[in-house]
Design a protein around this ligand. Structure first.
Ligand code: FES
Ligand SMILES: [Fe+2]
Length: 405
């Protein structure tokens, strides 16, 4: 008869060995299409452009997960996302003629339906169209963005997530997207890093007395991702914001207009390559059409003065900060959004997770630590082929941004 330890030993030996996974923080820095991050993020619908970026009859080349895609809008008004090279001899499809909702390659005229199926091969006496396909990705437009499902070929697209609190009556949308020269995860974990507000962004948030009324910072995993809270013990003011897995933010930022109490937005961080990402920001402006027009006129006026706020100029300024040429108190807040520039500096400067210097974390870093823990847990499951957690936004969530003063 076997003793208990022997039985355990015997059954362990018979059990099929689980594949070993060696997933670490460094993996969050690698975003290529076939990296763990790329494979995980491509299981979700992702934004690839603003709807207004692609006019009827026009195409746009975009780069995500360290590879290219082409977006075009057919004559019917529908937007499509396809692979960037013609399957014949690799000519860039961004230049293809848009005929109805089909694409005709400019090199030898092969024509592709919006499904990607080849439907004409003009120079072929005996065409073999049925054997040729340009890969085409499921596409949806929502909240002023073009979304695509970029998942593995043949994998069915998941249900498209909608957010009724952002697409209801009397809501107008404003777009405040930007490109940042840092890994996308630096921005994601920055959202959970509440204690940086009073220092990196002190010009906007003010510098509260950390010992008397500094926020008590907590974070917890929820049904959608991670919720971050900072509650100030004396004033009772608080900040509540969310990361939805894998790469969505729901935030109420500081107000910047007399008609809007907080700058409420939902945003997606899209990796371009290991060291660049786009934040697609959709600001939810809860004003009727007339008030919204007034708000946008004031916004346009404010933006006219921001002559140094385009992505390229901000990167140049961030580089000057990184070289010591430009100091924080020398930023011109009239010409550049200091909130963005200081985050550009920090998120580029701390470097990619794959080669970041060692960090020493404290209790106030709980939000950062939890983002990493949740992400790495899911990547490990993906690597092992185990079932992944399903994520869902809850209508009960309520971001808050009244942490100032
Ligand atoms: S390369 Fe596109 S038709 Fe030949
Ligand atoms: Fe920040």
């Amino acid at each position: 008869m076997l003793t208990k330890p022997e039985m355990n030993h015997a059954s362990a030996a018979e059990a099929p060995a689980k594949p070993e996974t060696n997933v670490s923080f460094a993996d969050l820095g690698r975003v290529g299409e076939h990296s763990l991050v790329g494979r995980y993020m491509r299981r979700f619908w992702q934004p690839v452009a603003h709807s207004h970026d692609v006019a009827v009859g026009r195409s746009k080349s975009v780069r995500y997960f360290n590879r290219e895609y082409v977006i075009y809008r057919g004559q019917s008004g529908a937007a499509y996302v396809v692979d960037p090279h013609c399957p014949h001899r690799a000519t860039p499809m961004v230049a293809a003629w848009i005929e109805g909702d089909d694409l005709r390659c400019v090199y030898h005229g092969w024509k592709f339906a919006s499904s990607g199926q080849c439907i004409e091969q003009p120079a072929e006496r005996k065409s073999f169209c049925d054997k040729v396909k340009l890969r085409s990705y499921p596409t949806r437009e929502y909240l002023g963005l073009i979304f695509a499902y970029l998942g593995e070929d043949q994998a069915p697209a998941p249900d498209f997530p909608t957010y009724s609190r952002f697409d209801g009556e009397n809501i107008n949308l404003q777009f405040e997207s930007y490109t940042r020269p840092s890994n996308f995860f630096n921005n994601l974990e920055n959202l959970g890093d509440l204690s940086h507000l009073a220092y990196l962004h002190a010009d906007i948030t003010g510098r509260w007395d950390e010992y008397r009324d500094g926020p008590v910072i907590t974070a917890k995993e929820n049904e959608w991702g991670v919720e971050f809270r900072g509650e100030r013990p004396v004033s009772g003011n608080k900040i509540v914001q969310y990361v939805g897995m894998p790469n969505v933010a729901y935030v109420k930022g500081p107000p910047n207009d007399q008609a809007v109490a907080f700058r409420e937005f939902i945003a997606w961080w899209m990796p371009i390559d290991d060291d660049h990402h786009i934040q697609f920001t959709v600001v939810i402006v809860r004003l009727g059409a007339e008030e919204f027009a007034g708000y946008m006129a004031r916004e346009d006026e404010r933006k006219r003065k921001l002559t140094m706020n385009d992505d390229a100029t901000r990167e140049m300024l961030a580089d000057k900060m990184l070289s010591g040429e430009l100091r924080f108190d020398e930023m011109d807040a009239e010409k550049v959004k200091t909130l963005w520039l200081t985050d550009d500096f920090a998120q580029k400067g701390i470097g990619n997770p794959a080669n970041r210097p060692p960090e020493i974390m404290g209790t106030a870093d709980i939000g950062v630590a939890l983002c990493r823990k949740v992400w790495l847990r899911e990547l490990k499951k993906l690597a092992k082929g185990e079932p992944l957690k399903e994520w869902k936004f809850q209508e009960s969530y309520e971001a808050r941004g009244d942490y100032l003063s």
